[in-house]
Design a protein around this ligand. Structure first.
Ligand code: ZN
Length: 68
């Protein structure tokens, strides 16, 4: 794994915690365009992202319900 790959992976995992900034997104997308390894890795992060954001929505729904 090259330094660029390490950085790209960091950005992918960072995106699970917070939205990436524009320059971060740009450099990640650029790297994904030329690195097949990271593209595959990114797909797994996207799946994880969907799962975690769905879970977050569920929690919010529960919290916003008025007490019965
Ligand atoms: Zn890479």
């Amino acid at each position: 794994m090259t330094m660029a790959c390490k950085r790209a992976t960091e950005l992918m995992s960072l995106s699970l915690d917070r939205p990436l900034t524009l320059p971060e997104k740009g450099s990640l997308r650029m790297h994904l365009m030329m690195c097949r390894h990271c593209r595959r890795c990114n797909r797994q992060f996207e799946v994880m992202h969907r799962i975690t954001s769905r879970r977050r929505e569920d929690q919010e729904e529960v919290e916003s319900k008025p007490p019965e």
